[in-house]
Design a protein around this ligand. Sequence first.
Ligand code: CU
Length: 277
Amino acid sequence: MSWRSSGNFRPSNPRPRRGGGSSGGAGGSGGGRNGAPLIDPVLQVLIAITVLLGFIGLIVAISFSGTGGQTTQAQPTPPPAASVPTAPPAAVATEAPAAPAATEAPAATEAPAATEAPAATEAPAATTPPAAAPGIPTEPFGSALASGTGQQVTLESATGDELVFAQDELRVADGIVTLTFVNRADVVPHNWVLIAGDATRAAEINSLAEAQNRRLRNALGSVPPPDTPDVLVATQMLNPGEEVTVTFEVPGPGTYQFICTYPGHYVGGMQGVLVVE
Ligand SMILES: [Cu+2]
């Protein structure tokens, strides 16, 4: 509105100047005083406005360019944020190895379990049986053994594989006896064990002998352990064809059981009695 009003004034102004020139200097001077102040302020306002607009435009342009740079700079930072996802996998990887390590550590502690070491110590113990092999008697023993020479008696096993003594009853006088036992078998070993007791005690002693066999893992060791009560005489195990002579003195008149303690022979019938009169 102000522009149009000022525009209307511009054409109106020259008319007064032309008319003023023709009228005189006083009219001209009066017209100059009124025209110059009217034009200059308008131009100054227009110039000021244009300058301000220019400054504002520059400021706006700079501000946009600055913000644009900032936005572009902010965008590069997000990529690092995008790299963050890589961190989570790393954390997972660290957790996974940690768990296996924990499980492996306990396993290692269990592996050294002292149970294996004791087993190793027991294995050497198993080797001791060979050392105990000397425990297999090679000579007669028993509480009734005596020195010198007494009544001569000979006892033989049955020939072949029959599990019996050739004589199931021997008779001797009270006193010292010198007995020779001969293994007439073809294959199996035999021995002779004289017992102070009845058939039940004989069976018990036979069981002790067979327990020795299992402990020594050697049938030749199937003999009652030394110092077994009620064992008056026990000979070592004789292979076929071998014989042994033993001298002994029984406690007194009576009937005494004698058996072979080779595994299964006593139960098979290899037993008899010694009658002391
Ligand atoms: Cu026998």
